[in-house]
Design a protein. Structure first.
Length: 160
């Protein structure tokens, strides 16, 4: 395949990359639908729907016909519905795998509790160990932090 073909495919999938456009395409699988019905189903502003329908129309994936004062949209071909069904199957498989993993994680008791998580509730904390000399933690047995380094001496030209 040529780079131009990859570019065309990428643009096609970008065109599908908006939730409203996907929902419109799903609704149009049932058959030609007037704009007013799409608006009622989607519950978005008419200007937003108009913008998304224009993108779909320009791409050639939907068609628009006027019936009196009503504009009716339809899928341009059955391939679009096939693509949406394929996407649904892929997502169903991915989510099923994730749900299975989530169920396994929830069912399996933690065999190796996080040692950094702290003591179990209701237990008394033990003594804090002395970090020893040279440790960046201040406390008994450690040297105090001397603070920031002094500023460097300014260069002063000597005589002559």
């Amino acid at each position: 395949m040529t780079v131009a073909l990859y570019q065309a495919k990428a643009e096609f999938f970008r065109m599908l990359g908006h939730p409203v456009r996907i929902r419109v395409l799903e609704l149009l699988q049932a058959g030609p639908t007037p704009v007013r019905c799409l608006l009622a189903e989607l519950e978005i502003e008419p200007s937003s729907l108009s913008q998304q329908l224009a993108v779909l129309r320009r791409s050639g994936i939907v068609t628009a016909t006027r019936e009196g004062s009503t504009v009716v949209y339809a899928l341009a071909g059955v391939e679009v519905a096939d693509l949406l069904r394929a996407a649904r199957r892929i997502l169903t498989g991915l989510l099923a795998d994730r749900n299975l993993l989530l169920a396994e994680l929830r069912a399996d008791p933690d065999p190796d509790p996080d040692p950094d998580a702290g003591p179990d509730p209701g237990t008394e904390p033990g003594p804090i160990p002395d970090p020893g000399p040279g440790s960046p933690i201040s406390g008994p047995g450690t040297e105090p932090d001397p603070g920031p380094d002094p500023p460097p001496e300014r260069y002063r030209p000597g005589p002559g």
